[in-house]
Design a protein around this ligand. Sequence first.
Ligand SMILES: O=C(O)C1=C[C@@H](OP(=O)(O)O)[C@@H](O)[C@H](O)C1
Ligand SMILES: C=C(OP(=O)(O)O)C(=O)O
Length: 438
Amino acid sequence: MTESSVHPALWPAPYATGAVEATVTVPGSKSVTNRALVLAALAAEPGWLRRPLRSRDSFLMAEALRALGVGIEEGVGADGEGETWRVIPAGLHGPASVDVGNAGTVMRFLPPVAALADGAVRFDGDPRSYERPLNGVIDALRVLGARIDDDGRGSLPMTVHGSGALDGGSVSIDASSSSQFVSALLLSAPRFNQGVEVRHIGGTLPSMPHIRMTVDMLRAVGAQVDEPETGGEPNVWRVSPSALLGRDLTVEPDLSNAQPFLAAALITGGRVTIPDWPERTTQPGDALRRIFTEMGGSCELTEAGLTFTGTGRIHGIDTDLSEVGELTPGIAAVAALADSPSTLRGVAHLRLHETDRLAALTKEINELGGDVTETEDGLHIRPRPLHGGVFHTYDDHRMATAGAVIGLAVEGVEIENVATTAKTLPDFPRMWAGMLGA
Ligand SMILES: O=C(O)C1=C[C@@H](OP(=O)(O)O)[C@@H](O)[C@H](O)C1
Ligand SMILES: C=C(OP(=O)(O)O)C(=O)O
């Protein structure tokens, strides 16, 4: 009897016997969907989301907004073009309970929304959510006029006692542990009486593309934003008070969730096309065009989408991933299969993601025979022949997809709890099998 037949939570990762040739349609971006939901909920009129991500993180966001009084109707667009959600803003109110799960976007973006509600809003979530940093949001909201009861721990669980409005104003925060602190304060700021001025002080601010995404999406719904990249003061963002428009937004595919499929082309010397890859985007996953090309493949953006072609030869890479931290697990998986060592830098904050990703990647790749060491801010990966075994995922969707990537090239890899991909890509096992022609 194999281990997987006695342990239902083990998923035998398919081994690729040849070059992968596939077109893979990837569902909507988590980061865009959850920002769009918040902005639509705060708007002065109804709005629509087309092709929203349907996953644990986006359902948690939708449920939480509903609990605060927002209408979110799920349906199919009249043009037959798939899922469309209609968001109907309403007076936000408590008492309400919000389950954040382990969604950074929910635990950080919603407390400022709750501060605008009338009544108490209780926030709770998975055990890991208690360990993820939230102090930047809690402290800032207090400075901006909110009353929050967090038992003095600066983390979940907590209750935001909304009074129906928030003063807003100027606040300094250290967002070096998560860019989501900045995004959270900016997203709700048009509804603060005085808007907001957020100044980041402290160490390096990670995930800048995600802050750009926040700024772009705010501007798209009519907000006025001053920020460093369009002539503003470094590390300072200002949002003026204003009403927000209800928009009709089609959500881009999640380019970070395209990563394992592109990696499959790179590793097997195959070719994978991702339809609807945007020509211009703030998603960090767009950096995969450069990163995976440097690691040995080539890509082309055409009307059909992004086509990535591998040669089967994979090169190591020395790169700073601070802007694109969420790509690290997938890059580490590819790097473990390369023909030369890699150094991944600038991602110390990953220790506070879904799990401690630096520790988890090191342990799991090494248990398959690899040679990975943690540095202060990243990983050194020296490729060695790997063997099969159980790849643990620590409730981290990107650990599961990283393990699947290794399993393409290494026979006998079993992923523990592949269902954790439901956080952002519930259909991953079926999509993976489909890519392999199963
Ligand atoms: O704003 C967002 O949508 C995100 C920002 C990033 O968070 P951190 O800055 O905490 O890494 C990223 O890792 C996360 O997956 C999504
Ligand atoms: C860090 C991530 O998620 P979260 O939005 O929960 O921070 C991620 O998806 O890689």
